[in-house]
Design a protein around this ligand. Structure first.
Ligand code: CP
Length: 309
């Protein structure tokens, strides 16, 4: 099995060979979980789950992954309030201390770049569970795994990234991974105020990735293979009035679905707050709940890759 030191950014994944290894191992984790014969490879290890921002999927999937593999979990789920951050302790000091008690740290923090800072302070591997408007690399890995599993390939796909591309960290991480595949075309669909930041646009250019910027999905519904919808990130807006203007910019419903290809999928990192109508949930193309479940298997693999000797 390949080894990883930390998981901070999807830019650290340089080729699809490592991704294939992660996805094949995730397939095995799913099979072993269903058959009740998961190897207890994390026995005697402790994962510190350190969340300075709210989470449901990332925290629960990491914690259940660790526990199902026989490991233990210690956690703070509202670190600004219930850790010594409330007394003014710096992130670096907190991580230095926590790394003395645990074998691996999963960190979510509101500041872009915080996971890198933490990895430099830590004596144990750090897994970035979302650093502000920066990245969410483990989400992007489960997203790519979902695409491969649902559609059987990534090369040649047409992918629409829809919503808050400025603040949506899952999209930032996903673009870096999509850029590793051949002949992928990305449609960047957002309101003008929420366009993809230049650094990701530049990276796509350097990798020779085809992209097109749009305000609306209507003209591309019949040609896309993946519609990846994101929430407008309310918590990143300094002006609540600006958020109110933009929320509800995109709503996927059955009328929209009827114009999409039979073998396409709709994804969302979740939580959704109205971007996908409930009526869509019953359609086979609605992949977002399967996508969320895949996160546990991917995170099992990542824990093994940073911890197994
Ligand atoms: N997708 C995701 O990061 O969800 P949570 O915020 O619930 O962890």
């Amino acid at each position: 099995m390949s080894r990883l030191e930390h998981v901070i950014s999807t830019k650290q994944f340089m080729d699809t060979k490592l991704l294939d290894e992660i996805f094949d191992l995730a397939d095995r984790m799913e099979r072993d979980t269903k058959e009740g014969r998961l190897p207890q490879t994390m026995k005697g290890k402790v994962m510190a789950s350190v969340f300075y921002e709210p989470s449901t999927r990332t925290r629960f999937s990491f914690e259940t992954a660790m526990q199902r593999l026989g490991g233990g979990v210690v956690m703070t789920e509202a670190a600004p309030m219930f850790s010594s951050a409330a007394k003014g302790e710096t992130l670096s000091d907190a991580i230095k201390i926590i790394s003395g008690y645990s074998d691996v740290i999963v960190l979510r923090h509101p500041e872009k770049g915080s996971a890198k800072v933490a990895s430099e302070a830590s004596d144990v591997p750090v897994l970035n569970a979302g650093d502000g408007t920066g990245e969410h690399p483990t989400q992007a890995l489960l997203d790519m795994y979902t695409i491969r599993k649902e559609l059987g390939r990534v090369d040649g796909l047409k992918v629409a990234l829809v919503g808050d591309l400025r603040n949506g960290r899952t999209v930032h991480s996903l673009i870096n991974l999509l850029a590793l595949y051949k002949d992928v075309k990305v449609f960047l669909v957002s309101p003008a105020q929420l366009r993809l930041p230049d650094e990701y646009r530049q990276y796509m250019g350097e990798r020779g990735m085809k992209s097109e910027e749009l305000d609306d999905v209507s003209s591309i519904l019949g040609q896309i293979d993946v519609m990846y919808v994101t929430r407008i990130q309310k918590e990143r807006f300094a002006d609540p009035a600006e958020y109110e203007k933009l929320k509800g910019s995109y709503v996927v419903d059955n009328a929209m679905l009827s114009k999409m290809k039979e073998h396409s999928i709709i994804m969302h990192p979740l939580p959704r707050v109205g971007e996908i109508a409930i009526e869509v949930d019953g359609d086979r193309r609605a992949a977002y709940f399967r996508q969320a479940k895949n996160g546990m298997y991917i995170r099992m693999v990542l824990l093994q890759m940073v911890l197994e000797k």
